[in-house]
Design a protein around this ligand. Structure first.
Ligand code: GTP
Ligand code: MG
Length: 313
């Protein structure tokens, strides 16, 4: 079957196809899962027209119906698991970080959220024989904490070319929450040229926390964050990619477990992330990970180390 183009969508001619392309809706599936308000705003078309295009795209992409359990099983067979570098941590999360889902690491400062992100980025670029995904990686860096020097240390330890590893990691600084949301669209464009099986957002929530202050801003913050999470999940589904996000929480472990709203973004982030792992500092440089929420895994804990060479048991 010939691949469909945007102009195969009913109601889309060359002019609208161009607008869609310019607004980064270059894939029929991406249009099918878009919201009418977004599509209308970004392509400067009426909301009614946007709804028609989305409906047309749904027909073209053959989505919107029910799938059998067997189909879902088939899709899930494509899921890959990316190693964190620690066997104990991998086991806790069911064998590694899964594609087609969002994994959230949350914890206080210094709990090693960023270090885990670096290690996963390096591991994703590794060949499959080495447990990698032979893939490029996108990192959305909202705290300016990306350190190429750490990537070089980790790659060197694994015996792979550090320069080549750095070439495969695409980092964009997010200057504010709006910019952060837009960078996901940039990543969709990049994924057309390069195989991207891992996208990292470190941190997911810091700009949101800083910008939407006070009770009055809460509803709007949650709405934007919700959309951002869904954009990320769409990316995961379209590219069979793993999404890893980080989230800082205040260090009050006692109060924490009784109050699931403590990580910022609360219910929104919690309900959209497929896996949530709480990280805390242990004794003698150890880190403890605790699986909080998973559709099919038991809760539990794993201990790992952060070393100069990376994440280890
Ligand atoms: P915030 O972003 O501030 O919320 O913290 P985070 O959870 O991202 O912490 P991060 O991953 O930056 O962890 C920092 C910790 O990793 C440090 O406290 C160090 O203990 C450890 N670390 C970082 N680099 C090295 C290294 O080269 N060698 C060793 N042994 N430890 C390191
Ligand atoms: Mg960090």
């Amino acid at each position: 079957m010939a691949t469909k183009t945007l102009e195969d969508i009913p109601g889309v001619g060359p002019a609208i196809a161009e607008k869609l392309q310019e607004a980064c809706y270059s894939d029929i599936m991406a249009i099918a899962v878009a919201s009418p308000a977004d599509l209308s705003e970004k392509c400067e078309i009426g909301e009614k027209k946007a709804m028609d295009i989305i409906e047309g795209a749904k027909l073209c992409a053959d989505i919107g119906g029910f799938e059998t359990g067997e189909d879902i099983l088939e899709r899930r067979k494509q899921i890959t698991k990316l190693t964190t570098g620690s066997k104990a941590l991998d086991e806790l999360i069911g064998g590694g970080v899964e594609s087609q889902s969002i994994m959230e690491f949350f914890g206080e400062f210094g709990s090693s959220k960023t270090q885990i992100c670096f290690q996963l980025a390096v591991n994703a670029t590794l060949p499959e024989e080495m447990g990698g995904l032979d893939s490029d990686v996108v990192i959305i860096d909202s705290e300016n904490t990306f350190r190429p020097e750490r990537i070089i240390q980790m790659a060197t330890y694994l015996g792979v070319d550090p320069q080549e590893t750095l070439r495969r990691i695409h980092v964009a600084r997010a200057f504010n929450s709006q910019h952060q949301v837009l960078l996901v669209e940039k990543a969709i464009q990049l994924a057309e040229e390069k195989k991207i099986r891992l996208m990292i957002v470190d941190s997911l929530t810091s700009h949101f926390r800083a910008e939407y202050v006070g009770r009055g801003a809460l509803a709007e913050r949650q709405q934007v964050l919700n959309r951002h999470m869904h954009d990320l999940l769409n990316f995961a589904t379209l590219n069979n990619a793993a999404i890893v996000v980080t989230n800082q929480v205040a260090a009050k472990p006692d109060a924490f477990f009784g109050d699931p709203t403590r990580p910022i973004g609360g219910h929104i982030v919690g309900h959209t992330a497929t896996f949530r792992v709480y990280l805390r500092k242990g004794k003698a440089g150890k880190r403890v990970a605790r699986l909080i929420d998973s559709p099919n895994l038991p809760e539990g804990e794993a201990v790992f180390l952060v070393t100069e060479d990376g994440i280890k048991d």
